[in-house]
Design a protein around this ligand. Sequence first.
Ligand SMILES: Nc1ncnc2c1ncn2[C@@H]1O[C@H](COP(=O)(O)OP(=O)(O)O)[C@@H](O)[C@H]1O
Ligand SMILES: [Mg+2]
Length: 383
Amino acid sequence: MASLELRNVVKRFGNVEVIHGVDLSVDDGEFVVFVGPSGCGKSTLLRMIAGLEPITAGDVLIGGERVNDVAAARRGLAMVFQSYALYPHMTVRKNLSFGLETMGAPRAETKRRVAEAAEVLQISPLLDRRPGQLSGGQRQRVAIGRAIVREPRIFLFDEPLSNLDAELRVQMRVELNKLHRRLGATMIFVTHDQVEAMTLADRIVVLRAGVIEQVGTPLELYNRPANLFVAGFIGSPRMNFLKAEAGTGRDGRPRVAGASGIDLSLEENTLLQPAEKVTVGIRPEHLKIVSAEGASLTGEVQIAEHLGGETFVYVLLPSGETAVVEIKGQARIRPGESVGIEVDAAVSHIFAADGTVTGQSRAGDDTAAWSRPAQQLAEASRQ
Ligand SMILES: Nc1ncnc2c1ncn2[C@@H]1O[C@H](COP(=O)(O)OP(=O)(O)O)[C@@H](O)[C@H]1O
Ligand SMILES: [Mg+2]
């Protein structure tokens, strides 16, 4: 196991720069997830760490040692790909042991490691089968097993769950979580799926177009996104974004209001220019359906999604914007109904025109600003 450090890492393919100077420190034993839309540079970054892709500029350090010029095979890492890349003509046992054998590992040691990995992944009964006789999930386990037997200093995963069906993905997510805890290994995991990132990571690195947008624990990113991109990327359904303009309330405090009917009073230290255009971000669980009468924010229900445990209500606002409201449990709400919406101002986010956060209405201290659901989530994650 080892720590990892990236110092101003740049990647150019010909004249095209795709990674623009990434700095990152990963602690020994940490599970870090790189997340971002397709094409943002996740795989390229991972392949540079692995030594499969030359680094244009900057440094990669593993366990404090600069490895820019160290060949992939000598970095002591193991990578698991989305395509399992198993040898079809070899048994599972052979697929697991092959790498060690070619490195000249003692036979008894190889046997022990294969048995242990198979045990951890619960594939011992499958050792004599060939990949063709396995399900997709079982094949993915073998691919992970092949990484485990190498006892790498760092595990690198490139979207290893993307080929699995939804149910199996959830199951493998839980298994990977357990595996990480059991091995205590440093793991870098790449995905485009924010739910996967939220559930697996100690820390998430959000990438966009070759730049790190934000690094933090899942709840740090959820509660305090640094910009519009992260705010919109983390969380499902997505955070609501409503256009608004800055002004001053009758009480002298800064205020933002918009054509939708949104009207929020902000902390006095919020830095907004008069008439500055902003975007107000509010998560669906921080909105509440109330009676239309007397509500400042009103609209018409377009769709109600009844999921059983919660209900998502899509409300068309007078500005033409849509707000999604999350209701815990089941609610009798029908399309066409006129409703009011109450905003939990304490957990609203104010973004400037350039997308960066300029205010979090009365949310200076994040524990105070947390809504109950977020707090429960935090408590649940500590258990
Ligand atoms: N070998 C290559 N040659 C040229 N461009 C590449 C190569 N590999 C990746 N790219 C480009 O680099 C960018 C990042 O790609 P990639 O790291 O695969 O993204 P992700 O894994 O996040 O989907 C993309 O614009 C992609 O087209
Ligand atoms: Mg990729």
